[in-house]
Design a protein around this ligand. Structure first.
Ligand SMILES: [Fe+2]
Ligand SMILES: [Fe+2]
Length: 307
C-alpha cells in the first residue's frame, strides 16, 4: 500500500466575497497575502505533485490541512475542483482534514465551509465513532486504517494554535481500541505538529495546545504513523509506544505548493509512505525544483522491521 501525502496548499482565491467578510482577522491575513505570499504558493505546483503521485501509482492521497488561506468559499471551491479533476476515483482514494487556515474565522467554522466542500473525502468506514462534527473519521484500506482528526480552531489575530477537542480525543481512543483496527497499520492525520517545532520563534502562538494529551493517546494506542502539516518543513521523528511495543513515526513533507525555496527543507514537497506487511518500509520525499525540473526524488528513508 502506498500513501501519498500533500499538505498546506494555501490556495488563494478572492472570488466575490462580501466586504463584511473582511471586518475580522481576514483583513490582516489578506493584506499579508497580497504583500508577500501569493507568489510563493502555486496551484500549478499542486497539480504537478498530483500528476506525479498518479505516476507513482499511490493507492491513497492524504491531505493534511491548510488547503486555503482565508477560508473563503472561492478558495475551498478551487481546491475541491483540483481534487475532483486531477485524482481519479477521488471519493475512494482521498482523505482531507482541516488546518487552522481552513478555520480562519468563526463564520467559516460555523458555516462548516470546509466540511461542506470536502464531505466526499471525510466519509468513515467506522461511522459510530464520528461526532456531529464529522471527526474522527476512519478509512479501512488494504491492511491500513487512516484516521482523520481535526485540530482546527478559529483563533484570535496573530494566533495559529490548534486543539483536538476533549470529546474528539475520547472518541479517537475508543476508535483506536476497535477490534477491526487490531491487525492493521494505523495512520493518523492531524494538521498541527505534536512535538515543538525547533525552527519556530513563535511556537507558543502556533502550537497544538493539548499536544501532550494527543501524543499520549496515540502512543498509548500503538499508532504506527502520524502525518501532519503546519510547519511547512520536512521532518521525520520516532517516538516509542508507551506499551513498549515498537515505535510511532511522525512525518511532515512540507507545503506542497511552494514554488521557490532558500532552504530545501522548506521547499515544495510531497511524501510517499510505503507500507508493507503491516510495517512502514520507507518514506520517499520529493522536492519541487522549479518549472524546468519539476519534482525530483530528494530523500528516502528505509526502516527495518523490528517488531
Ligand atoms: Fe500552513
Ligand atoms: Fe497551519
Amino acid at each position: 500500500m502506498k500513501i501519498g501525502h500533500i499538505s498546506d496548499l494555501h490556495i488563494f482565491r478572492l472570488g466575490n466575497p462580501r466586504i463584511s467578510e473582511f471586518f475580522n482577522k481576514r483583513l490582516l491575513g489578506g493584506v499579508n497575502l497580497l504583500m508577500n505570499r501569493t507568489e510563493e504558493h502555486s496551484v500549478g505546483v499542486v497539480r504537478e505533485a498530483l500528476t506525479h503521485l498518479q505516476k507513482h501509482d499511490v493507492d491513497h492521497i492524504a491531505i493534511t490541512g491548510d488547503v486555503t488561506n482565508l477560508a473563503l468559499d472561492a478558495e475551498f471551491a478551487a481546491v475541491a475542483e483540483v481534487i475532483a479533476e486531477d485524482i481519479p476515483d477521488a471519493a475512494q482514494r482521498v482523505s482531507v482534514i482541516p488546518g487552522n487556515h481552513d478555520y480562519y474565522t468563526k463564520d467559516a467554522v460555523r458555516a462548516r465551509r470546509f466540511e461542506t466542500h470536502f464531505a466526499p473525502y471525510m466519509t468513515s468506514d467506522l461511522p459510530s465513532y464520528q461526532l456531529e462534527t464529522g471527526y474522527p473519521f476512519c478509512k479501512l484500506r488494504d491492511g491500513v486504517a487512516i484516521v482523520g482528526l481535526n485540530s482546527g480552531i478559529a483563533t484570535p489575530w496573530f494566533f495559529a494554535t490548534g486543539e483536538v477537542s476533549e470529546q474528539e480525543l475520547e472518541a479517537t481512543e475508543a476508535l483506536l481500541d476497535d477490534p477491526r483496527l487490531e491487525d492493521r497499520f494505523v495512520v493518523v492525520m492531524v494538521h498541527h505538529h505534536l512535538v515543538p517545532f525547533e525552527h519556530s520563534r513563535v511556537e507558543y502562538t502556533r502550537r497544538l495546545v493539548n499536544a501532550e494529551a494527543v501524543l499520549h493517546t496515540l502512543r498509548d494506542k500503538d499508532v504506527d504513523l502520524v502525518i501532519h502539516g503546519h510547519n511547512h518543513h520536512f521532518a521525520t521523528i520516532e517516538i516509542p509506544h508507551l506499551t513498549g511495543n515498537g515505535v510511532m513515526r511522525i512525518c511532515e513533507a512540507g507545503s506542497t505548493s511552494m514554488s521557490t525555496y532558500s532552504d530545501p527543507k522548506f521547499g515544495g514537497k510531497y511524501n510517499i509512505y510505503h507500507i508493507e506487511d503491516g510495517h512502514l518500509d520507507r518514506v520517499e520525499t520529493h522536492l519541487y525544483e522549479g518549472e524546468d525540473l519539476g519534482f525530483v526524488h530528494w530523500r528516502e528513508r528505509t526502516f527495518e522491521k523490528t517488531f
